[in-house]
Design a protein around this ligand. Structure first.
Ligand SMILES: Cc1cc2nc3c(=O)[nH]c(=O)nc-3n(C[C@H](O)[C@H](O)[C@H](O)COP(=O)(O)OP(=O)(O)OC[C@H]3O[C@@H](n4cnc5c(N)ncnc54)[C@H](O)[C@@H]3O)c2cc1C
Length: 530
């Protein structure tokens, strides 16, 4: 991926004319190209330490190249992109190292601990919470530990339905390896094409098919990690047990602060023979959310279940013939679109469809047929490209997410919307959807678009405006008694809001684990732990 944008450059492009005209009705469009490329700071890691890394991994796997280092600088949140666009390379790693396996990772960690080098595990680089922007002060240098060479299917147990995967496998690569055996993982976050197995585990990611296949951490049966104190193997003996607290959980969501995940054993399932996606209309977000709750609590969940609020329906998914219509007040008044997807054997899909359709009809939903569902499925990974095109014309656009119990959903929704609208001012668009549900609650995923204010070179003015709005939203989430993140993780961006959620003793426990596993504090300093 280019450092200033998302994804495959071949898919990137300016705003289509129609969209541009529409956007210009709402926001002033100010062409805001990235600043001219600035020189990448010279590596700060002393040359003898670089030589030491070369001895461990071989010359070709210790990379000082400017373009490679720039590409390993931070992740892909809007603040990350705006900083790159402005030429801010303060977080550039000094060296990128490319271990070939667990033993290489262990060797790098041992060496880094001895020489106080900060180590940043790097999977796909799609973090949206500052998980790759570590503190540099007090370290001899910063090494980006790129896991991209560790991308094989290491073991397969078709009898138990488990597969052991290398951490550097991207989503499509992992699925392709499993598909050769008629199997799949079923984890499809919007970042699927670029994010990796190790990254999914390290951030407790959740994908678009979570209703049917669960979140990533729930798919993990076991893992292997290298820590500065040595190797950890967890969960390799049984699917579940009562052998004390489940230590797998210490590494799931540990965001590279406790160790580097070098192998992940996951539950796999047969490739679905049939995939069907359809749309349903709801008179309001609340009515659709109540229906989702009923499905979750009635053990009737399909594979994909997502509901856009009135604004998101109108802006992103509106079909004039099906949504809105009579009595519609345009954005905010045209009802809500729900996408329902079914995957599996023909018999299982048919049976689930009948049962879900009966329940949704009873609850007041109106079927819209396959077209909205297929349109969603066809474009499910495209939205991030649109973000870049909007950033190009000076608009602020970013997403954030949270999760709470059903009884708190409306309060949280109102609080976050109001915080964002107050912080960013009149004309701000706040869209929301629910795409991860549980019997007890759901996540809320917000997309925000706002005027950029006075743009500076590369858009710094927008960065300040967004950071203030994000702080307001985070405060509102905490004040509402919700979680600071459902699946984007903590990183550095959410770290200050973790303490209210887990308490002082919770923070002390995290710090104690960190001290035990990483006494020199070389792994991702500043990430996760308050
Ligand atoms: C456009 C876009 C859409 C997204 N959609 C979703 C979504 O639908 N669902 C979702 O859950 N997330 C989503 N994300 C967030 C992101 O993709 C996830 O957090 C993902 O799991 C990160 O994987 P990665 O391989 O890119 O990790 P990275 O970004 O490389 O790393 C993330 C963190 O984990 C650490 N890490 C990485 N690999 C390892 C390892 N092997 N061992 C230990 N630590 C490691 C890193 O140091 C860092 O702190 C999205 C992001 C973007 C930009």
């Amino acid at each position: 991926m280019p450092p200033t944008r998302w994804g495959d450059p071949a898919h990137a492009g300016p705003l289509p004319d129609g969209v541009r005209d529409l956007v210009s009705l709402v926001f002033p469009l100010v062409e805001t190209p990235a600043a001219a490329e600035v020189a990448v700071p010279a590596p700060a890691l002393p040359a003898d330490l670089v030589d030491g890394l070369r001895e461990l991994l071989g010359e070709e796997h210790v990379v000082l190249d400017d373009a490679v280092r720039r590409n390993r600088t931070r992740g892909k949140s809007t603040p990350d992109l705006l900083r790159q666009r402005a030429g801010d390379l303060a977080d550039v790693p000094d060296v990128v190292v490319r271990p070939g396996g667990h033993d290489d990772v262990q060797a790098v960690l041992d060496y880094a601990a001895e020489h106080r080098i900060a180590v940043v595990p790097f999977g796909g680089g799609t973090s949206v919470t500052g998980g790759l922007a570590v503190e540099r002060d007090g370290y001899t240098g910063v090494v980006s530990l790129d896991l991209g060479r560790m991308r094989s299917l290491l073991a397969l147990d078709p009898v138990s339905s488990t597969a052991t995967l290398g951490p550097g496998l991207r989503g499509p690569e992992a699925e392709a390896l499993l598909a050769e055996h008629g199997l799949m993982l079923g984890h499809f976050p919007q970042s699927f094409e670029f994010a990796t197995i190790g990254g999914f585990a390290a951030t407790r990611s959740s994908g678009q098919s979570s209703a049917g296949y669960g979140r990533f951490d729930a798919m993990v049966v076991g893992l292997r990690a290298a820590t500065p104190r040595g190797e950890v193997r967890l969960g390799g003996t049984a699917p579940s047990n009562a052998s004390g607290p489940d230590l797998r959980e210490l590494f799931l969501g540990s965001e590279g602060a406790f160790g580097v995940i070098t192998e992940v054993t996951v539950r796999v399932r047969p490739l679905p023979e049939v995939k069907e996606y359809e749309g349903w209309h709801w008179p309001s977000f609340a009515a659709g959310a109540d229906a989702m709750r009923a499905l979750a609590q009635g053990d009737l969940l399909p594979t994909v279940l997502r509901l856009s609020d009135e604004n998101e329906t109108a802006i992103n998914l509106a079909r004039p013939d099906a949504i809105g219509g009579e009595g519609s007040a345009g954005p905010g008044g045209g009802g809500c679109l729900m996408i329902v997807g079914y995957e599996g054997t023909p018999a299982a899909v048919a049976a689930k469809k009948v049962a879900v359709a009966a329940a949704l009809t009873d609850l007041g939903g109106t079927p819209l047929g396959a077209e909205p569902g297929e349109a969603w499925a066809a474009g499910r990974f495209n939205a991030p490209y649109l973000r870049d095109s909007l950033l190009d014309v000076g608009v602020i656009v970013e997403t954030l997410e949270t999760v709470t119990f059903w009884s708190n959903r409306e309060r949280l929704y109102a609080a976050v919307r109001s915080a964002l609208e107050s912080a960013l001012g009149e004309g701000t668009m706040v869209l929301c959807h629910i795409s991860h549900v549980y019997a007890t609650g759901c996540s809320l995923y917000f997309t925000v678009a706002a005027a950029g204010g006075t743009p500076g070179a590369g858009g710094e003015g927008r960065l300040d405006r967004w950071l203030a709005a994000k702080t307001a939203a985070n405060d509102a989430i905490v004040a509402s008694g919700a979680s600071i993140t459902h699946h984007h993780a903590v990183g550095t961006d959410h770290r200050d809001w973790l303490q209210p959620e887990i308490g002082d003793l919770g923070v002390a426990v995290l710090r104690a684990v960190k001290r035990e596993l990483d006494p020199a504090g070389i792994l991702n300093p500043g990430v996760l732990i308050p």
